[in-house]
Design a binder for this molecule. Structure first.
Ligand SMILES: Cc1cc2nc3c(=O)[nH]c(=O)nc-3n(C[C@H](O)[C@H](O)[C@H](O)COP(=O)(O)O)c2cc1C
Length: 154
């Protein structure tokens, strides 16, 4: 089998249009967030979703030990939030958070937010798939989503 170069593989995957989410964990008052576009729906009954995080991510252990988390689907006005949470040390200063169930933290003014219970973690390659049961959802029909295509915001 021909080896696929990492660069070519990434470029190929960039042709798939996605939205952008920030996955947030509230670890006893310390908020950890990561920008993630590997989010997808998994099951309707029971409601489940998934996303994957690189095992090299600086905050992987915080996510691995979390019980509850939120998935915040960004609006086209939240590019700064996406850039912020893709950094190693993101700031949480200028971001409005709302309280969810089970001490979760939601980002305000998103197109949608999902409150989730982490039910499974599957290690595959250099990523870990996080399987989440959805315990509450919110959405705002008046906002438009932030899109990502060809490694650029659209
Ligand atoms: C638009 C966008 C989407 C991203 N999606 C993912 C993703 O699905 N999974 C992932 O592990 N990292 C993703 N990242 C990268 C992470 O946000 C983060 O930069 C990476 O995990 C390294 O984290 P660290 O600097 O804390 O080590 C994405 C970054 C951007 C800008």
């Amino acid at each position: 089998m021909t080896k696929i170069s990492k660069k070519y593989f990434k470029k190929t995957l960039s042709k798939f249009v996605t939205g952008i989410t920030v996955v947030c964990v509230n670890d006893k008052g310390n908020i950890s967030g990561k920008t993630v576009n590997s989010f997808n729906s998994l099951s309707l009954e029971p409601p489940m979703v998934l996303f994957s995080l690189g095992n090299y991510s600086s905050s992987i252990n915080t996510f691995l030990k979390s019980k509850y988390l939120t998935i915040n689907i960004l609006s086209n006005k939240q590019k700064d939030i996406s850039n912020n949470f893709s950094k190693k040390k993101p700031s949480t200063k200028d971001i409005n958070f709302l309280n969810g169930k089970k001490k979760t933290i939601l980002i305000d003014n998103c197109v949608a937010n999902l409150e989730c219970k982490l039910i499974d973690k599957i290690k595959k390659g250099d990523h870990i798939i996080f399987i989440c049961q959805v315990i509450a959802t919110h959405y705002n029909d008046k906002l438009k989503p932030l899109l990502y295509y060809n490694s650029q915001y659209k």
